[in-house]
Design a protein around this ligand. Structure first.
Ligand code: SF4
Length: 439
């Protein structure tokens, strides 16, 4: 079958949306009322019964990948000590709240930015601080976000000896032409060597790969996928490129220095290629973009507990935190962040608070995370079945072959997997009538 006929079989919407609802992009500027209400919430008990993720955030990065829109700050050696001091102070402030004292964490994720710009000792010192000040579950895992160009055997060995389970590496592509175009600092060969060393030391490696990049053919993409499989990676997160306004890549495309990425059809075909290659090699699709072959990713509490679990994130620019009904993003500027924490104030820049209606729609967002919606649990929480809130959407999605509905659950079909962001938006954009019994 040629690509055009294939795409016609896959077509369920006019184009693939790139971002789901309820992300940091929809947070509001913080006000003193919102901050007060958040602080009051932190005095309450955590009764969710779910394990949480603790995510200290290293804002620094010594690169500027052309597509990057993350709120990372340029690595300045003189800022590292005051930053780590502030990060620990912020962590301690949270650890002294009732909500956090009554929470149990089963994941410590050193995120960013690029934590691997720090020394191994600095990274492990922050992780040890977390273990000392928070309730950590008996069975827990440690992950560190890294760039291959600032990893070496010494750091890898220290991480492995300490008990780090997994390194999350932003590889994006092994193809050197693509890497140069994205201004990634090291070569594909070097990335591969670092991955092999990490794996020899017993570390799990999970990499990001990007598709639908300018100049990236389906053959180049296939080579990247095959390389990932050959390296026996524990997980691969496949992200479609989104050209974010104001990034270097956006500028280069607008100036004609770099070709535009392919259309949604190219993107969808590249995604299907990834699904086919990974699933036929024993990988399972999990979460928003991952293919995995390990139990830890499938059973991950924070993923399976959505939207009840919680991510406590700290550090300048961190944007993935959610606790109860609150989702928040911290101040980006590291100087301002350090100053705010010094004053004993939570350094929050943006926040949002979910209403009952949002919570109901967030549960339906489990489909976007490739998780089923348990209809019985849903009714216990909200007093009605999903079909009673979303009769038209569910009927439409069923008729399009995007979801399967049984007495117990609603889940995605294979076709629905390709369109899961569009599906999440269908629920988010639907007006619903609430009963008085939601809890
Ligand atoms: S390494 Fe990560 S944080 Fe740093 S510029 Fe590249 S994408 Fe952004």
């Amino acid at each position: 079958m040629d690509a055009d006929s294939r795409i016609e079989m896959l077509r369920a919407y006019e184009f693939r949306k790139q971002w789901p609802p309820y992300t940091y992009r929809e947070h509001w500027e913080v006000t003193s009322e919102l901050l007060n209400s958040f602080t009051k919430f932190l005095e309450t008990e955590n009764v969710s019964g779910k394990f949480m993720e603790l995510q200290p955030w290293i804002t620094f990065c010594d690169s500027r990948c052309t597509f990057c829109y993350y709120p990372a700050s340029i690595f300045r050696r003189e800022l590292v000590d005051p930053y780590i001091e502030a990060l620990k102070k912020e962590l301690k402030m949270y650890s002294e709240t009732n909500y956090v004292k009554t929470s149990l964490f089963d994941e410590i994720v050193l995120g960013g930015g690029t934590p691997s710009v720090l020394s191994a000792e600095q990274c492990l010192d922050i992780i040890s601080f977390c273990k000392e000040h928070f309730n950590i579950a008996e069975d827990y895992m440690i992950k560190i976000t890294c760039s291959t160009h600032n990893l070496d055997e010494y750091k890898l060995r220290k991480f492995a000896e300490y008990g780090v389970l997994q390194l999350d590496m932003g590889v994006q592509s092994f193809n050197n032409k693509v890497r140069r175009m994205l201004a990634i600092q090291d070569s594909g060969e070097h990335a591969e060597e670092i991955i092999r060393t990490a794996k020899k030391l017993g570390l799990y490696v999970c990499i990001d790969l990007m598709y639908n990049l300018p100049g990236q053919t389906i053959e180049i993409w296939r080579e990247d996928l095959k390389k990932a499989i050959e390296l026996e990676l524990e997980g691969v997160d496949c992200y479609p490129l989104e050209v974010y306004p104001g990034t270097m890549l956006d500028l280069q495309i607008r100036n004609g220095e770099v070709p535009a990425p392919g259309d949604w059809k190219t993107e969808a075909l590249m995604y299907v290629e990834a699904v086919e290659l990974f699933t036929s090699n024993g990988y399972i699709p999990v979460g928003h973009d991952r293919f995995t072959r390990v139990r830890e990713h499938i059973e991950e509490s924070c993923l399976n507990g959505w939207p009840w679990a919680g991510i406590l994130t700290t550090g300048a620019g961190c944007f993935m935190g959610y606790l109860g009904r609150y989702a928040y993003q911290n101040i980006e500027n590291p100087y301002k962040y350090i100053e705010t924490v010094k004053q004993g104030v939570f350094p929050i820049a943006k926040i949002s608070v979910s209403t009952d209606e949002d919570l109901i729609k967030k549960v339906m967002e489990r489909l976007y995370l490739r998780l089923p919606v348990d209809k019985i649990e849903f009714k216990e929480k909200f007093g009605r079945f999903p079909e009673e809130f979303f009769p038209d959407v569910i009927e439409r999605l069923k008729n399009k072959g995007l979801i399967e509905v049984t007495d117990k659950e609603i889940k995605l079909t294979k076709l629905g997997d390709i369109w899961r962001i569009n599906i999440a938006w269908e629920f988010a954009n639907t007006q619903i009538n609430l009963p008085a019994t939601t809890k």
